[in-house]
Design a protein around this ligand. Structure first.
Ligand SMILES: CC(C)(COP(=O)(O)OP(=O)(O)OC[C@H]1O[C@@H](n2cnc3c(N)ncnc32)[C@H](O)[C@@H]1OP(=O)(O)O)[C@@H](O)C(=O)NCCC(=O)NCCS
Length: 374
């Protein structure tokens, strides 16, 4: 392959962004200049969602208004509830999320209006409604009654309530909130680039987010948090972990939850999420996965010099919180809608059609033969 080809766009800078950056001087992912872990310590997810969408942290009046709008838009149309009820129970919830956002686009009165103001309103509606759609499917596939959203609960509390019918203790909600903050944005990753590529043809925000969800589903991107849990289940007991990881490395397997295109010596989100994983494990009085976590991590760093990414601690944390494994990536979606929306609006504001070139290696020119001559 010619050296001019940058497969996977490796190392290629394709545009500018103000949304986020991994700042080497503080070795951290930053949203609009704030370190993600500092936001986890000082803010609720709603404040960070506001920051990502509106470029600055809200004051209390701005936050109140933003939260009211989010709460006012949580409810789904009757039509969307019906569609979700009729989806095959075996559907992957990522496909449910993708279809639900697509249907929201059919129902939204402003779908074809991509002005900055309309895009902000639509982003907020998608952000508010997607958790409701996912929680409805979570209940329906278990043969349970749908639980409608409640306006007196925070974004994180409401998601637990709609899935489980109750809100867990404060520390569990905080751990969930932290995971949402850490998942909210990460520059030009595959799903964000997908959203920006769709937007670059001046298509609409519902379409761009639908495409981004499809892209996030893959195991090399968002799907990794689910794969981490499958791996931990396979390992089963801490006593099996060393043998399992040594075998995996011997067989040249890709170990899920490790490695990153951007961070080569550790994902800055991991220490924060690892801390909250520990807190949740302690509350749940189940340290099995924590022990497996530590053993596998140690071997990966020692033998391969490859560090965990944020999906490694979030997978078992969501499991301990009681979520089904195939809901881990959809939780990523409900958070990342903020980052995608900010990028979609940024792309609209300074658009250039994204259209790379390819080096052709197919047949030379051929003459078309009539069917009876082939
Ligand atoms: C994320 C990921 C796709 C980054 O890929 P990348 O930047 O293209 O890096 P590469 O896949 O080229 O990896 C470079 C080397 O490290 C190895 N490596 C990278 N991640 C690895 C992993 N998780 N397990 C085992 N080896 C890994 C590769 O095999 C490759 O080795 P080689 O040079 O001997 O062929 C990759 O690390 C991966 O597949 N990780 C697992 C999936 C995951 O957790 N994804 C979530 C990302 S947030």
């Amino acid at each position: 392959m010619s050296e001019d080809i940058k497969k996977g766009l490796l190392g290629i800078v394709v545009d500018e962004t103000e949304v986020s950056k991994v700042m080497p001087e503080i070795n951290s992912l930053t949203y609009r200049g704030y370190a993600a872990q500092d936001l986890c310590a000082a803010c609720r997810f709603e404040e960070v969602a506001y920051l990502i969408l509106n470029k600055d942290l809200p004051n209390s009046i701005q936050l109140k208004k933003f939260e009211k709008e989010e709460k006012d838009h949580r409810e789904l149309s009757k039509n969307l509830y019906e569609i979700i009820k009729h989806m095959p129970k075996k559907s992957h919830p990522m496909d449910v999320a993708r279809t639900a956002v697509s249907v929201m686009g059919l129902e939204d009165k402003e779908t074809s209006n991509s002005s900055p103001e309309a895009n902000m309103r639509k982003a907020l509606r998608i952000f508010a409604k997607t958790p409701t759609a996912l929680a409805a499917f979570y209940r329906i596939r278990k043969g349970k009654k749908i639980i409608k959203p409640k306006k007196d609960l925070t974004f994180a509390e409401n998601f637990f309530y709609m899935c489980f019918g109750k809100v867990p203790q404060r520390e569990i909600v905080k751990a969930f909130d932290v995971s949402l903050i850490l998942y909210a944005e990460h520059s030009f990753n595959v799903s964000t680039f997908t959203a920006r590529t769709i937007t670059s043809s001046l298509s609409d925000i519902h379409g761009a987010i639908t495409g981004a969800i499809a892209s996030l589903k893959g195991p090399l991107h968002g799907g990794a948090n689910e794969e981490v849990m499958h791996m931990m289940r396979k390992i089963k007991k801490p006593e099996n972990a060393l043998k399992w990881i040594n075998n995996a490395l011997k067989n040249k397997e890709v170990v899920m939850g490790f490695g990153h295109r951007v961070y080569k010596s550790g994902d800055s989100r991991v220490p924060t999420m690892r801390e909250y994983f520990g807190k949740v494990a302690k509350i749940k009085k189940d340290r099995t996965f924590e022990k497996i976590y530590d053993i596998v991590e140690k071997v990966m760093i020692k033998k391969k010099n490859i560090y965990p990414n944020v999906d490694y601690p979030t997978g078992p944390t969501y499991h301990l919180m009681g979520f089904d494994t195939d809901f881990f990536t959809p939780i990523f979606v409900i958070s990342r809608i903020t980052g995608w929306s900010a990028h979609i609006m940024e792309q609209h504001a300074a658009n250039k059609l994204i259209r790379p070139l390819a080096s052709y290696k197919g047949n030379k020119h051929r003459k078309v033969m009539q069917l009876n001559q082939r």
